[in-house]
Design a protein around this ligand. Structure first.
Ligand code: PAF
Length: 286
């Protein structure tokens, strides 16, 4: 396994591999790898000749009052996990090499970036789209792998790749959960014992919603209100949003149509930690 820090060298290596006809699978991450990442890495390992994992805590996607400084960076542990999973290259650039002082470009995916998480994290998805576009240009993957936990991110990246004719496939893999259903996230390490217990209310609320849909409750407002009621019983929890949207355009869905899919997405603060999760209901439910 090689660790490559310089974008120009990573790009040269990727170009050479592609000219030799090798397929490149790519898993972009911010490190602090957990089972969710490992499920992407394993899938990418099986499906490609070469596997590149990037580890970069992207300052562009953090707001001024967010957790850029305290975001976990256990690089030695991440390196061991990558080696064990058969990763060929870790791309591990410094912020200065991806964003030199005169860096001016941003990628905006209009409308999709302003809803759901975009409302309380202005600029976040611009930062994500910009870094992912750069990473795609550097690593030149045939397929890039993302987790469904970050549903809005996956929708935005798919749309960016399609709109900008990027020559790659985007694969979106299912949410990986802890035993009590909590979605795996690098931010779960921030939770203390009480908060960790309360955090299980996120998947419980999604299960509740799923159950209501199965019982033919179609009114999104009613479903959201039941979910809020459940979440608010937990002392450390406060709801940022719960929304029912269509899974491609992220537009609100007032009534869930049993014949089509709807995405129920939520963000909840548990103490100071903002967690997200989602579930697909309707036609092709999960
Ligand atoms: O999902 C993440 O970890 C990040 O948003 C990503 C895609 C690596 C971009 O920084």
């Amino acid at each position: 396994m090689k660790i490559v820090k310089r974008p120009d060298i990573m790009q040269r290596i990727a170009g050479r591999l592609k000219r030799r006809g090798k397929s490149i699978g790519f898993v972009p991450t911010m490190g602090a790898l957990h089972e969710g990442h490992l499920s992407l890495i394993r899938r990418a390992r099986r499906a490609n000749d070469i596997l590149v994992v990037s580890i970069f805590v992207n300052p562009l996607q953090f707001g001024p009052s967010e957790d850029l400084k305290r975001y976990p960076r256990p690089f030695e542990k991440d390196k061991k996990l990558c080696r064990k999973e058969g990763v060929d290259f870790i791309f591990y650039p410094g912020a200065e090499s991806l964003y030199p002082r005169d860096f001016k470009t941003r990628i905006a995916v209009n409308d999709l970036e302003d809803v759901l998480c975009g409302k309380s994290r202005p600029g976040h998805f611009r930062g994500v789209a910009t870094v992912v576009a750069k990473l795609f240009n550097i690593v030149q993957p045939d397929t890039a792998y993302f987790g469904q936990k970050d549903a809005q991110q996956a929708v935005i990246i798919r749309r960016m790749a399609r709109d900008l004719n990027m020559p790659l496939n985007i694969a979106v893999m299912p949410v990986v959960r802890e035993k009590d259903g909590l979605a795996m996230s690098s931010r779960n390490v921030y939770l203390d014992a009480d908060e960790r217990r309360d955090a299980a209310v996120l998947p419980q609320a999604l299960k509740l919603a799923e159950g209501l849909v199965k019982k033919n409750v179609r009114d999104s407002a009613k479903i959201v209100s039941k979910m809020k009621e459940l979440i608010q019983q937990r002392k450390t929890a406060s709801v940022d949003y719960i929304s029912v949207v269509d899974p491609d355009g992220l537009l609100p869905v007032r009534r869930i149509n049993p014949c089509s899919r709807a995405l129920i997405a939520l963000a909840v603060r548990i103490g100071r930690t903002r967690l997200i999760d989602n579930i697909m209901v309707g036609n092709k439910g999960r």
